[in-house]
Write a protein that binds this ligand. Structure first.
Ligand code: SAH
Length: 250
């Protein structure tokens, strides 16, 4: 949320769901106001840049701090960092705790467009219906924090988890590539269109049956070299390969 530049003016990039228009006042309340006001002790000297996912940054001027809220004046709308040319969906079999968070954080930094959590055979996480909403809120929060930090002004969506078989049936026309250790074709030499889904197994990988079912659906297996990567390493590594090929890392 915070950046330090050479002149020691602190710039804070903060996400809000509100509509943002130049010359309008905005009230930040709740956790964002608490964090800025109480934790970071932001004052009129600091620069607060807001974004709401519409692809722009909104530079603000400090108006005042009230009880539990901070009032800002939206001064200008600026184009933010460009989004990648390739739209990458990360289909990630749900991994345990921190690992899933790392996947979401790193892949957001690297330019993923959206996330599809997947419940495959070897997923060890149990998601009861009453916990699901909280978990998804947490995941979306991790993605938003990664956008605040990395300068992205478009927030990747975290879709509701799908069971492997439901996901397999849906979206049959999409270009889907499953990352599989030992696959004959390297991702680095695969062709992909402007929208691609990369599919990553959980800690224990996909079962042979699942891999076969994906093959039967025309989903190509691709490898990321000879070493077996941890599940949270695979998706960021794949995005780096795709972004390099697509010319985004220039
Ligand atoms: N023992 C498991 C390892 C799973 S690693 C197995 O052999 O399948 C977790 C996931 O990371 C895998 O399901 C795969 O999607 C991805 N992955 C790990 N290393 C990889 C590699 N070298 N190439 C492609 N995908 C890889």
């Amino acid at each position: 949320m915070t950046k330090q530049n050479d002149n020691k003016v602190r710039i804070h990039r903060v996400y809000t769901k509100q509509v943002l228009e130049p010359e309008q006042e905005i009230s930040l309340a709740g956790p964002a106001a608490h964090y800025l006001g109480r934790v970071l002790r932001v004052t009129a000297k600091d620069a607060i840049v807001l974004f709401n996912g519409d692809g722009h940054d909104y530079v603000t001027e400090w108006v005042r701090a009230g009880k539990g809220e901070i009032i800002l004046l939206v001064a200008s709308r600026l184009p933010a960092v460009p989004e990648p040319g390739v739209s990458i969906t990360v289909v990630q079999a749900i991994s345990r705790g921190e690992r899933m968070d790392q996947t979401l954080q790193k892949c957001t930094e690297l330019g993923a467009a959206r996330f599809q959590p997947l419940l495959s055979e070897r997923v060890e996480v149990k998601l009861k219906a009453d916990k699901l909403e909280k978990r998804m809120e947490h995941w979306q929060g991790v993605v938003i924090a990664a956008c605040e930090q990395s300068g992205r002004a478009v927030v990747p969506e975290v879709l509701p988890p799908l069971r492997f078989h439901d996901w397999l049936k849906a979206d049959a026309d999409a270009c889907r590539l499953v990352l599989a250790p030992g696959a004959g074709t390297p991702l680095a030499r695969s062709d992909f269109p402007v929208a691609v889904q990369i599919v990553v197994g959980p800690e224990g990988g996909f079962s042979d049956t699942e891999l076969q079912q994906m093959t039967d659906k025309g989903i190509k297996s691709v490898s990321l070299g000879p070493r077996v990567l941890r599940t949270e390493t695979a998706a960021p590594a794949a995005i780096a390969v795709i972004q390099t090929r697509a010319g985004d890392f220039k």
